[in-house]
Design a protein around this ligand. Structure first.
Ligand SMILES: CC(C)(COP(=O)(O)OP(=O)(O)OC[C@H]1O[C@@H](n2cnc3c(N)ncnc32)[C@H](O)[C@@H]1OP(=O)(O)O)[C@@H](O)C(=O)NCCC(=O)NCCS
Length: 169
């Protein structure tokens, strides 16, 4: 049975400590990637109820630095399910101490694959997006999957039907 993105929603809120920072006093990029990967893996597991592995980090934008002492929230949700693979969108927010207003600082897009105990890919439930943003992310996911497959040498550019539509129509 198809599932909705909110069923996989995974939220981490934590504070950034000095031991996790770079020489400028901001969160070290690799530490953020690890936290994003963990949140995405839980979202993929909640969607599939299977063992999941990271197949690809499709995109990460470090748009804003996250200073030590920030309260940071990471939210991950499955944006599309294919056969055994799932695209997960992860949004990163920091909150202002006084106003508690949140602003988005970073985002990432990961691909996870559900596997059995021998590491062989298994089929996952389909996803039915509900909100406008979830529908937009769902629509673009096949294009991003094809790009990732081309970059990893798993697909010939000439076979990327969705990507070709962007340029050729
Ligand atoms: C990811 C992995 C399970 C794929 O296994 P495989 O035997 O190559 O299987 P397939 O070619 O059938 O690929 C399985 C799915 O992953 C997708 N996939 C594989 N590589 C991908 C990539 N770079 N980007 C997007 N999707 C990818 C395939 O398109 C396929 O999707 P679908 O079933 O939804 O159509 C396998 O390569 C693996 O175990 N990698 C190591 C994972 C790991 O250890 N991660 C932690 C990092 S240390």
């Amino acid at each position: 049975m198809a599932k909705t993105p909110k069923e996989s929603l995974t939220i981490f809120t934590d504070i950034v400590l000095p031991g996790e920072s770079n020489p400028l006093g901001n969160l070290f990029g690799g530490e953020l990637l690890a936290r994003m990967d963990r949140a995405c893996s839980i979202a993929a597991r909640r969607h599939s109820h299977e063992i999941v592995v990271t197949a690809s980090v499709n995109h990460v934008a470090f748009n804003n630095a996250v200073p030590v002492g920030s309260v940071m929230t990471i939210e991950a949700k499955v944006s599309r399910a294919f056969r055994s693979s799932m695209e997960i969108y992860v949004d990163v927010w920091v909150e202002d101490r006084e106003s508690q207003v949140r602003s988005k600082v970073n985002e990432g897009i990961y691909t996870f694959v559900a596997v059995d105990k021998a590491g062989k890919p298994v089929i996952v439930p389909q996803l039915e997006p509900e909100t406008t943003l979830e529908k937009e992310r769902y629509e673009g996911a096949l294009r991003r999957k094809q790009l990732s497959l081309i970059l990893s040498g798993r697909m010939k550019p000439t076979d990327a039907s969705e990507l070709r539509k962007l340029f050729i129509g």
